[in-house]
Ligand binder design. Structure first.
Ligand SMILES: [Zn+2]
Length: 428
């Protein structure tokens, strides 16, 4: 049991600083004496989630969720009462004396904590391999420095490392350190024959938003055909791929500041962007976003710019309509013909890349209308298909005023009347 006095103390302290508590998870804007944002508990495009510092309360006028700091922490993080009390006690430096847990609670907590410490140990070991062994200095560092052209400070910032070639160097160290087989298997860093998964591979930790490693990507250094280029550790109690965005822990502050998040499609692209000083950048596979990833990004901004090569554009349309329907605004940045983001960054000075990114972002709906119109004019698409493609995107947007602006713009681009577009939208 926790002493009632301790609980009351924590609850009162947290409510008195409720803006600070909630700001750790969503980005709040001041409005009068209150703070507002889009509700993290339901899907909306205009903010109806209110935080009142005076009353130590939050309330959503859309879905009706309301309460104090403790309830927010529990609901937002899916924490139990005890977990949330511990979290807030820790945040405000209030000691929470040990208490009894149910066996199930204890088991889940143990599981997560064990996997967390395996990941922590792995990150440290791989970094040591990279910086403090001969093999790291001979094989891995030159690859990072010369082939990927990363600076040492950036390699350290992203906590990149290296798995030694020996078949079980990591596993035997981990066992010696006292980790149970079970957790090494679950972490995916050790295989069924008790060998290392990442032999002779560069390691990229994937972090949660708080900056703790929760999974790893191993990248091969050999160009052998029978080896996968990347291996990603499996999902477990700690790591859910669907809810994880690479680099969010380093990018989040700048995303809030710039009110924009750049989305790129590979780990190395994200790291290279940071290296040239553009730090509001995250990566997801193929530059597509899942629902859970959108929720992660929306905690910090509602503006996303997707950077992609021309060849991936058409396949991205459906995913982008889904992103629009979740209340984010989307811009598209097309790379010059034949370039990947990495090749473009390698060839150009940082300030030129930054200027290109500033100038070439186009609003997605406008971009799509222009692209479809190009196809109509070249004869590869008929007009009704172009119209329904554009309408599909406009229909995904919740904001009525924004929809109207798009109707006007797209009527100009597609050279048809606003009325025809409005009719098409209404019958969509
Ligand atoms: Zn709500």
């Amino acid at each position: 049991m926790i002493d009632r006095v301790v609980i009351d103390n924590i609850v009162e302290t947290a409510n008195a600083q409720i803006v600070e508590v909630i700001s750790d998870f969503v980005s709040l804007r001041r409005r009068g004496s209150n703070y507002i944002c889009c509700c993290p508990f339901h899907n909306e495009k205009t903010p109806s989630f209110n935080v009142s510092p005076g009353r130590g309360m939050y309330k959503c006028f859309g879905c009706g969720k309301a309460g104090g700091a403790l309830k927010f922490v529990m609901e937002y993080n899916n924490m139990t009462f005890v977990e949330a009390i511990k979290y807030l006690g820790n945040k405000f430096n209030i000691e929470v004396p040990e208490m009894e847990e149910t066996p199930e609670m204890a088991q889940l907590r143990n599981e997560r904590e064990s996997l967390m410490s395996v990941a922590d140990f792995a990150r440290n070991t791989f970094q040591k391999n990279l910086w403090e062994t001969d093999e790291g200095a001979r094989v891995a560092l030159p690859y990072l420095r010369q082939t990927l052209r990363l600076r040492d400070d950036v390699i350290k910032k992203f906590e990149l490392g290296y798995g030694l070639k020996s078949t079980n160097a990591f596993t035997s160290q981990a066992l010696q350190y006292g980790f149970k087989q079970e957790y090494l298997w679950k972490s995916g860093l050790t295989d069924g024959s008790m060998n290392d998964t990442f032999c002779g591979r560069l390691t990229f930790p994937i972090h949660n938003a708080a900056g703790k490693p929760i999974a790893f990507v191993g990248m091969t250094l050999q160009q052998a055909e029978n080896l996968p280029t990347y291996i990603i550790t499996p999902e477990n109690e700690l790591y859910q791929k669907e809810r994880t965005v690479y680099g969010i822990h380093i990018a989040k502050n700048e995303i809030v500041k710039q009110e924009r998040c750049f989305l790129v499609n590979s780990y190395t692209d994200a790291i290279l962007m940071h290296q040239i000083g553009i730090t509001n950048v995250v990566a997801s596979e193929n530059g597509a976003l899942t629902d859970g990833q959108i929720t992660q990004i929306r905690r910090f901004t509602s503006n996303v710019s997707i950077i992609m090569g021309k060849e991936s554009v058409a396949t991205a349309f459906d995913n982008i309509d889904m992103i629009l329907s979740r209340g984010l605004t989307v811009k598209i940045l097309l790379l010059p013909e034949g370039e990947t983001l990495s090749s473009y960054i390698y060839k150009n000075a940082a300030e030129n890349v930054a200027a290109y990114i500033d100038e070439e972002q186009t609003d997605f709906v406008i971009f799509k209308a222009m692209m479809l119109m190009d196809k109509v004019q070249s004869g590869s698409l008929d007009m009704p298909s172009a119209i329904s493609g554009v309408i599909a995107s406009i229909a995904s947007i919740g904001d009525g005023i924004l929809r109207e602006i798009y109707i006007q713009e797209c009527s100009r681009i597609l050279q048809i009347s606003e009325q025809s577009l409005t009719d098409a939208l209404n019958s969509y």
